[in-house]
Design a protein around this ligand. Sequence first.
Ligand code: PXG
Length: 458
Amino acid sequence: MSYQNFSLKQLQEIDAAHHLHPFTDHKDLRGAGSRMITRAEGPYIYDSEGNEILDGMAGLWCVNIGYGRHELADAAYKQMKELPYYNSFFRCTTPTPVLLSKKLAEIAPPHINQVFYGSSGSEANDTALRLVRHYWALEGKPQKNIVISRHNAYHGSTVAGTSLGGMSAMHSQLGGAVPNIVHVMMPYSFELAQPGESEHDFGIRAAKAIEDAILEHGPENVAAFIGEPIMGAGGVKIPPASYWPEVQRICRKYDVLLMLDEVITGYGRTGEWFAAQAMGVEPDTITTAKALTSGYQPLSALLVGDRISSTLVEKGGEFYHGYTYSGHPVACAVALANLEIIEKEGLIERVRNETGPYFNQALKERIAGHGIVGEVRSFGLMGAIEIVKDKETRERFPDEGSAAVVVRDHAIANGMMLRATGDTMIMSPPLIWTRQTIDLAVERILKALDRAERDLRK
Ligand code: PXG
């Protein structure tokens, strides 16, 4: 059945009648009707009206190699014809997850050599939570099961993902979180640093909040700390350079496992394969998904460090956990083709040496000075623009979050897809962006900021 037989209006009506969207106010959606994206090529997406939009979000933080890559379609087609599915339970497996695991062990930090697959970042975090608790049980310390996370963290939308996450709106609809998960402050200096406090000192203080929580609950009861190296959905919050090394030191001091959630930062976004390498930390688990396949197939991989995997092997006993699609052969074939492209085209080096620094400079030199911009920041190809009413005092516009939506709507109308979270504009473009693409984005963002300022100051 081809959608081309339907008008936009018909598709919107069917959508409204039958399709419940994620993270959506359905009353609101009925009124506005959904935007229909129908195709994409390179860095651009196109809607049903033929509008070309530069995709500043790489889909949803995932399409790192850009759209329209036939190599991935070919890999899926070939695998589907040969073997569309078989499971990895009951001592079976298929070749593509085996080869992908080898590849992931090669690109991960040296002490990480095992992989557990799922279909989404949320599933991978469910696995991670269960695995660290299982680890401590195998080590004879089943009471060591508290996991420390951070306010405003995003770790997915399943019950475990929401519980690990620190989004208060999500918790308010949870009806009871998974027990023994506690949250501490986030390393967000723009709002949380004290007057006169240096970035360095703020980073140490934010890390100390983790130590305080460990001591409050007792190190003998704390299994792990989990964090996004850079908080993504929470607003591209880049911690001070002092933060992660201090977190690592604290975790080691109290024998607390370190879990990194790299669902957004993994596979080149920070200018390294993983942010762990960019930040110089050695996590016990790394949660990955999204750009593992550049979003062409749903697939997640929990990368598991030697400390945990060797205990699994030495102590034995079944880990009662897994998904039908753990190690899905088609998704894994697509991931292999995707990683090959990232490598062959030198996308990570490009982010590290060229486009990352150029993006940062463009934000600082061309956007930071705008009248409604309070701060810009970036790391690799992740960026944020804080929208404020008053540059000096950082006072926000009234009605939290509404100013950023005004900017976003002007941006999209102007051919630039940006995401608004709170009063922060966030960006996470495909790694195929060049200096020219960055220039084009800056031009469109500035126009959107001008138009938004005009509306907001009315
Ligand atoms: N961890 C992190 C750090 C994420 O960003 C997940 C886990 C969950 O992954 P799945 O595949 O289950 O969605 C994510 C997902 C947004 C937005 O609005 C961000 C995500 C998902 C949906 C929306 O920025 N990140």
